[in-house]
Design a protein around this ligand. Structure first.
Ligand SMILES: [Zn+2]
Ligand SMILES: [Zn+2]
Length: 395
């Protein structure tokens, strides 16, 4: 057993205690005040310096230095919870009514703290600077942009992040070059008709019939306009219209989401959306308005960093597996638009998918994820390719 592995196992009880404390006190996006205070305290107790960036919630800390000319790499964890009533029955279940760490961001926070403790023990050996990003508001897909605006990614040569993955066993890490998670856009469609008596439809214009045709026609974009070798998901998730059995209403409103793994496909589907909605609405004598809610882009992993990640995983005693991409979104993708990045899935042997009220994970995954991040940071600071990226950036 290597020293890093031994140190990570020694930390395990502490990391479990941290994760449970966070789990019991979940806070929603942009409300992570107590979570931030707790993270600050754990870091300060370990002698890790807090960096000053203007973030109302969330926190940036740093280890090492660039005085020797080494690069800066960033490790990121998200810290927010979801508006879900927990149903796990765990002894450390959420004490906050209607709030739950149902995406495992408590696990991510504890993992990054673990990596920070491991790296603190090795701070003198660091060949550059490690910036620790405890990011707020991932679930609203706005936190990464807040961090970017704060300047915390300035000067960073490579950024790394992870998500727990219930369907991968503890001890494994899913690492993949290219697209790992989807662009997650939202939409709202408003259809205007003319209300009338349900028995006299010809005296009005029925928006519900139009809405029904739009739902069906939108699926034809995926089947007819997206190549069979590419993929896209269009889901209409809400339809609201009418309030009585014998009245044709004057309006129908629909909401939904589009998921794509490729910017080209994303653009094409969006174009077709507007055309299909306009066309169907006008064919049925109605008008419709499309409101597009631009979400995070796809998570696109740098091939070189994926290679580095695989090496680090093996050195840290994790088994590397090829992950199946997820059509969920992740605002880590915004960082990857600025600097090369790698996002991985850490196996947590869970029984439920993300965002389920019964979501759980196996805490034995904590030392694995902590030492993987620590090893990755150590290796990245010595990576010739990353150092070269830095030189180019300086020029
Ligand atoms: Zn989530
Ligand atoms: Zn998540």
């Amino acid at each position: 057993m290597g020293k890093l592995e031994a140190d990570s196992l020694e930390l395990e009880p502490k990391l479990i205690a941290i994760r449970r404390q966070l789990h019991q006190h979940p806070e929603l996006s942009n409300e992570e005040f107590e979570t931030t205070a707790a993270i600050r305290q754990w870091l300060e107790e370990a002698g890790i310096r807090i960096a000053k960036y203007p973030l109302p919630t969330g926190l940036i800390a740093e280890l090492g230095s660039t005085e020797t000319g080494g690069p800066v790499i960033a490790l990121r964890a998200d810290i927010d919870a979801l508006p879900i009533q927990e149903e796990t029955g765990l002894p450390f279940a959420s004490v906050q009514e209607g709030k739950m760490h149902a995406c495992g961001h408590d696990f991510h926070t504890a993992s990054l703290l673990g990596a920070a403790f491991l790296l603190k023990q090795r701070e003198a050996e660091l060949k550059g600077k490690v910036r620790l990003i405890f990011q707020p508001a991932e679930e609203k897909a706005t936190g990464a942009q807040q961090v970017l605006r704060s300047g915390a990614l300035d000067g960073v040569h490579a950024v790394f992040g992870l998500h727990n993955k219930p369907d991968l066993p503890v001890g494994t890490v899913g690492i993949k070059s290219g697209a790992l998670m989807a662009a997650a856009d939202g939409f709202k469609i408003e259809v205007d008709g003319v209300g009338t008596h349900a028995a006299v439809p010809d005296a009005g214009i029925d928006p519900i019939v139009t809405a029904a045709h739009i739902v069906t026609a939108l699926q034809s974009i995926v089947s007819r306009n997206v190549s069979p070798l590419d993929s896209a998901v269009v889901s209409v998730t809400q339809i609201h219209s009418g309030s009585s059995w014998n009245v044709i209403p004057d309006k129908a409103v629909m909401d939904g989401t589009l998921r794509t793994f490729d910017e080209r496909v994303r653009k094409r589907v969006r174009e077709r959306f507007a055309q299909v909605i306009d066309g169907v609405a006008s064919a049925l004598d109605t008008t419709a308005r499309l409101h597009w809610i631009q979400g995070p882009p796809p998570v696109l992993n740098d091939p070189l960093l994926a290679g580095l990640g695989k090496q680090a995983a093996e050195a840290a005693g994790l088994e590397v597996v090829e992950p199946v991409p997820s059509s969920a979104g992740e605002d880590f993708a915004f960082y990857q638009q600025q600097v090369p990045g790698l996002f991985v899935f850490i196996g947590t042997s869970g029984t439920q998918e993300w965002h389920h009220p019964g979501f759980t994970l196996d805490e034995q995954a904590l030392p694995y994820s902590a030492r993987f991040l620590a090893q990755l940071a150590l290796d990245a600071l010595e990576s010739e390719a990353i150092i070269r990226t830095g030189e180019t950036a300086v020029v």
